[in-house]
Design a protein around this ligand. Sequence first.
Ligand code: FPP
Ligand code: MG
Length: 374
Amino acid sequence: MKRSVLSGLRAFSRTASIQQQQVRLVSNDISHRQQSTAPHPSLATPTPDPFHLVHGDLACMFEDIQQELSTSLVMDSQLDTMAKYYFDGGGKCVRPVIAMCLGHAYNMHLGVTDINVVNNQRKVAIISEMIHTASLVHDDILDHAETRRGKESVNMKWGNKRSAMAGDYILAVGSRILARIGNQEVLIVLSQVLADLVQGEFMQLQTKEDEEERFQHYLTKSFNKTASLMALSCKANAVLAGGNQAEIDHAFDYGRNIGIAFQLVDDLLDFVSSADLLGKPAAADLHLGLATAPVLFATSKFPELNEMIARRFSAPGDVETAFKCVLASGGLQQTRDLASRHCAQAVDSLSGLRESRYRGALIGLCDTVLNRMK
Ligand code: FPP
Ligand code: MG
């Protein structure tokens, strides 16, 4: 299991440009990376690899989650198998890596050395992965997904009813870990993630009539669906480190901005990456009737897209036409530029932190998010 966790982490970071030359400095383990066009390693300041830095914290994460999931069950059961199905080390683990790096960066900034603090921050990281995975189980039911990360989706394998309950069960076990942290503020902060996720899904069902309002609606939805979990896990770990209000707000801002950038890149990849790399069909969003940033940007060059957006690409030929318009519009570059601006804001929000390899890793992560291919 440890090996598969590390390979999941590697698969994500392998796609980033800034980290390509630095990793060999800290580990021979992660060596199969493409050569970067960045300065020669001896001339560049090495950026710590976030995935490697927190490997010690997260190497056993999936084993721990699987053990927690089994704890409440009186015997081997289908629920056990289903709840563990997506915790197979195939995910990118980006959320726990962010939460852990941020926790360590704040501990170093504030001079925190208490191991109990780190243990609780690790619980937050684990809970973030559990909430994320539970939301994917529910999402696959709602999206009628056939595959997830290249394997048969949970809903296809076991049906919707059982899958919904498996997702709920993961949340229940995550809540138990949250209770064990024993910090009321952290409890409130992480509970908000669930409320935001559900509201994000509701927002995704709506199409704003007013074309002007559509972009704001999309950004708020992206915060709720994706960035909230990152922002609030960062906030929780800053709270646990004992940060003051301004420091806690900066932690939230880092997570919010990298989270929005992450979603923008996700929406971009839906147009440019292959189904093989994504482990799910490409152009899935258009097929689901969703107008994401690339389409919304493309409307300025192709106003005819507005009608297609309003009918959620439901008329014959809509998906194909919209796809072509996006590619011809410059909307993909505009999406990347916006993601880049959010990453710059994420980096800015760390400017008050004492320098540390964890702070460096959080900065490098922005580059990873921008340059990923899946
Ligand atoms: C992936 O979206 C889905 C999410 C990030 C959130 C889904 C949230 C819910 C279903 C609300 C319920 C939440 C809980 C915690 C039970 P996507 O379809 O854009 O991504 P994909 O292409 O990976 O499927
Ligand atoms: Mg989906």
